[in-house]
Design a binder for this molecule. Structure first.
Ligand code: NAD
Length: 343
């Protein structure tokens, strides 16, 4: 017997929706039934591309009784209200990162996902699905290189001008939540706790550099964090670079070191880099810095739905990265160490 197809709604038809749509169109057990955007031009394009019905108001979409999964591809400040309403109505939700712009909203999303009858909540952190990241996690957890001692991470990209001024939401605290930390480096901050374990506290400093006058959020940040076990993480992020450099995560272990450089994983031996995992090399839709993990994560999400299993990258799993982002900013404002919030 042929399995029933899941009916998906893509809410928000800007940049990242292209990646969701391409991934969904490659999946046999999903059909895109609805697309939604307040911008007529984007909605019309999405309707043409998918053949789905178009909606201007997200309330109408999440209320459709035959929608199984809502993909939230909206500006940051809308993730929480749309997710909470969709979950309340029993829809499953996969939302783009960051899950929310405040700790309170993130907690409300988790609470909504844990109500009886609520749908499943998944949060996109596609880089966890890259083979080199999985490989690094395996090496750390196997103990073959001894205990985990700490990491340094760097995300130096370039974002300016129209990226902010034409979006209508990026660069403003109320709609983006923060700047380079919440939008660009949150993927890397997520990997710090995914690979190294829970982070206890952070001391950070943020400022607006070359985008001063254009945006009110930070485009540069520096932080030191301590894991619950006392290990350290040094974090540097900037949106003021000449270009988008590969993300770098240096992982220090008792008997050696690993380096994630872009999608590649190296062992560091006597100062030399030895390639141990080239990372996924699939064709990607969208910018290469977004990586190629969306399809893998979305396939995993739908497999869990089909098999009625809990999806692991849920609100609780995504929460620590948001807490780290918001508390680096808070630490900078208050000039002191901040204990991370718990979900
Ligand atoms: N996972 C990744 O690597 C990755 C990469 C890029 C963006 N993102 C995330 O995806 C989300 C969207 O980013 P984007 O770059 O596609 O932004 P975007 O501005 O290109 O797209 C957002 C769309 O939402 C629409 N919209 C705004 N308010 C709406 C409303 N009330 N109802 C319906 N539609 C509305 C806008 O018109 C726009 O088309 C953000 O959370 C961003 O952080 C994730």
């Amino acid at each position: 017997m042929e399995q029933k197809k899941f009916r998906a709604a893509v809410i928000g038809c800007g940049g990242i929706s292209q990646v969701h749509i391409a991934a969904l169109q490659g999946m046999k057990n999903v059909e895109i039934a609805a697309v939604c955007d307040i911008r007529e031009d984007r909605l019309a394009k999405a309707v043409e591309k998918t053949g789905a019905k178009g909606y201007a108001d997200w309330h109408d979409v999440v209320a459709l009784p035959d929608i199984d999964v809502a993909h939230i591809c909206l500006p940051h400040y809308l993730h929480a209200p749309v997710t909470i309403e969709a979950l309340r109505l029993g829809r499953n939700v996969i939302t783009e990162k960051p899950m929310a712009t405040t700790v309170e909203d993130a907690r409300a999303m988790i609470a909504a996902s844990e109500q009886p009858g609520a749908g499943s909540l998944g949060v996109i952190f596609q880089n966890r699905y890259i083979s080199s990241v999985q490989h690094a996690k395996k090496i750390i957890e196997s103990g073959e290189l001894g205990a985990f001692l700490g990491v340094s991470a760097s995300v130096c990209w370039r974002r300016e001008g129209a990226y902010y001024t034409e979006s209508g939401w990026r660069g403003a605290k109320a709609t983006e939540g923060a700047g380079s930390l919440i939008n660009q480096s949150i993927h890397t901050l997520d990997l710090l706790s995914y690979l190294g374990g829970p982070i206890a506290k952070v001391r950070g400093s943020v400022f607006t550099g070359l985008n001063e006058g254009t945006i009110e959020v930070e485009d540069n940040a520096m932080a030191v964090a301590l894991y619950e076990g006392g290990q350290r993480a040094v974090i540097h992020t900037s949106n003021n670079n000449v270009a988008d450099d590969p993300v770098e995560i240096n992982i220090h272990l008792e008997k050696g070191a690993l380096k994630l450089f872009g999608p590649k994983l190296y062992a560091v031996e006597n100062g030399e880099l030895k390639l141990i995992d080239a990372g996924d090399n699939k064709t990607v839709v969208g910018k290469s810095v977004w990586g190629s993990g969306h399809s893998a994560q979305l396939e995993d999400y739908y497999t869990c739905l089909a098999e009625k299993r809990h999806f692991w990258l849920d609100g609780r799993s995504a929460f620590p990265a948001l807490s780290l982002v918001l508390n680096i900013v808070r630490s900078s404002e208050e000039g002191k160490w901040i204990e991370l919030d718990r979900a």
